[in-house]
Design a protein around this ligand. Sequence first.
Ligand SMILES: Nc1ncnc2c1ncn2[C@@H]1O[C@H](COP(=O)(O)OP(=O)(O)OP(=O)(O)O)[C@@H](O)[C@H]1O
Ligand SMILES: [Mg+2]
Length: 827
Amino acid sequence: MLRGASSGRPESPHIQNLQHPDICAGYMIIKTLELTNYRRFRSQAFEFPQNLIGFIGRNGAGKSTVIEAIAWALYGTRATRGVKSDIRSQQASDREACEVVLHFELSGVEYRVMRKLRGKSAVAEAAVWQAGIDEPLAVQEQGVSAFIEDLLGLDYRSFFASVFARQKDLAALASMQPEERRKTINRLINIDAVDRARWLAGEKRKQLQAELSGMNAMLKKPEDLEEQQRELQQQVDFESKAVASAQKTLDGSLKKLLAAREELEKLTAIRDKHHQLSAESGKLLAEEAGLQRSLREVKAELAKIDKSEKTLQSMQGVKEKFQQCRERKNVLEDLRLKAGRKKELVETLRYYREQRAAENRPIARLEQEIAEYELQASRLSQLETEMKKLEQEQQSVQKALDALRARRAGVESTGKDLRKKFERIRELGKDSPCPVCTRPLAEHYGPVTAHFEQEVRAMREQYKKLSQDLSRGEIRLEELKHALGEKQKEREKLLGALAVIEQKRKQLDDARKRIEHYQSKEKGAETELNELGDFEFDEADYAAVKEEYERLAKMNEHVIQLETQVAVKDEKVQQLQELSKALGLKRDEIETCNKAIADLGYDEKAYEAAREQHEARNNVVEEHRQTLTEASKAKIAAETKLQSVERELKELRENLARMESLRDDLLYYQALDEHFKLFRQHLSGRLRPLIAARASELLRLTTSGRYSLLELDEDYGIAIVDQGDTFPLARFSGGEQDLANLCLRIAISQVVAERSGRQPVQCIVLDEVFGSQDAQRQSLILDALNRLQTQFRQIFIISHVEQIKDILPVIYEITMVDEFESRAQIV
Ligand SMILES: Nc1ncnc2c1ncn2[C@@H]1O[C@H](COP(=O)(O)OP(=O)(O)OP(=O)(O)O)[C@@H](O)[C@H]1O
Ligand SMILES: [Mg+2]
């Protein structure tokens, strides 16, 4: 809980009047502040009494942070240092929100403001509530800021000017150039708002002047335009009359043209009919000429036919003669063909006989050769029987030899065995075991050895005999092989002879076939010759008949031609009659047509005259039409000009009216500028002495009357009266200079607080303002501030100067828990 004036510490003379029972009508008091993940504070609550409240702690502990959090709650991010994303505690995760809740009281009504940053991208939330009302009065960043500005009647800039003397503010103010300082202080006390308004009014005035002078330069006299308008109206009237007169003339000429056109159309119709009849007559005449031509042609053809008839009579009998001669000629031509064929056949017969004789000649020789070869070939089967026999013998000899060899090998091995046993018995002598009963031979040794010797001899004999049989057999086998070889050679020779026989036989066959073929050909020719039989044919006779035939053929042809011509005689006579009749009719038609032309009474000259008159009248109409068009154009041109002048006149009148209003505006803005100027003079004339008076009072209090008068020049440069003389600030000590600047800054806050806002904000924050002051001075400053409590109910003092602990009734000590976190507690 808070420690009030009645805490355990010794009472300070500076805090006697801290509790104010008399609460004035409007005031603002900050009651509590809760921070969650706000910069170095992870979770921290503050309660603030109406008092002097101190914050102490090492550099970087988070003293200014507490004050900044209050500003953030009220005015949002623009009231903080750096960017929004840096506000959340460095130790907090993205999921942990950064939050500030501020409770304050204004004229007895309690409010609660909340601001929050959520999520990775630090989404801002805000709301403000009034005690006793559930629904928030405003939400969202801008909404809450606007509500607070309205509620306190202080915008964010004025709030900082009056409530906060921020760290470094004093040093900055002192080190500024005069011009800059003047601007800054004017901004703090809001005189620059008047400057801005005056500037805006000036701009507007300049703009009006420019517009007016621009309009003036282009302005015409209305009388001139009115004169022009009158003249143009006269011209329009005149042109209208001209148009009416031209229209009348045109109407008259059009009437005449119509009459001429009627006459011309009548004559044109007659002319067209005349042309049509003339064309018809021409056509009829041409047809008549055609008919006459045909008539002439038919007559000529009839004359020709008469002549042909006569010639025909003179040529009687030609046809019969030609017929007879043709028959004779055909007979002779048949004979001629037969004679030719007979000659061919005789020739063919001779040829085949010769061929046959030639084929016959080698046949006997071939037959003899074949007989000889066949004789040889007949030996083949005998030879093959002999060879078979020899082969059989060879096989049996071979078999016998194999048996002998086996037997001899058997004898050889048995012999070897026997010899071995015998040698062993001889080596062992009588101790040798019996080969049958295995007991020692003893007395049987003699007979046994004799038996063995006999056996061995018999074996040798047998072996020898078998060897002799074997060599005999082998000799026989060789003989057989040789004999078979010889036979084989002979057989091959005989097989060659057989192939030759085959070949010869084929030759013989072929020759015989050809002979047969020739014989059949001969027979055919002989048969045909017989069929032709005997006949006579004379070539000279035939030539004479042929010549006669050709002569008669020509004559016959002529006769046929003439007969064809004569055949159409009747037809031609009828044609002649028809043509004569048609010609008569055509002539009648021509006469009728000519009569119609004469009846029409067409006059070329009269037509030409009518046409010319029509043309002349048409030209007159065209001329009059042209005149009318020109008159109309002139009228329209005059009307257009008139309209444009009327428009111009209307615009001019409007511009004059507008200029009148602009002039009024200009006068207004000129007056406004003047008023702003006077107002500003009045304001700064009043505010500067007021600030100087407040600062002088503070200076007097803090220096215990050593200095009691602080003067401010135009640029808020400070001068101090010392012992009746005025000196510029630079003449004083560093600590005195800082003090003077602090007094000035507090005086500004006082004046701003007095002048602005519906509800005076009765707190002030002084961040590190004791810098160079000694303990006594600090005490005096606090005392002076204490006296200011009629104006400032809460004074927040931030300092790393430990001694203020002993002076101030409420102290929050801020300590660093670790690298990233701090905590505050009342000491
Ligand atoms: N989001 C944050 N998380 C943790 N620390 C922060 C964060 N933002 C700022 N800081 C640190 O908080 C510290 C406190 O700054 P602050 O200005 O409040 O200190 P101060 O106590 O007023 O010090 P001085 O006496 O030097 O004026 C600084 O060191 C700063 O780097
Ligand atoms: Mg600080």
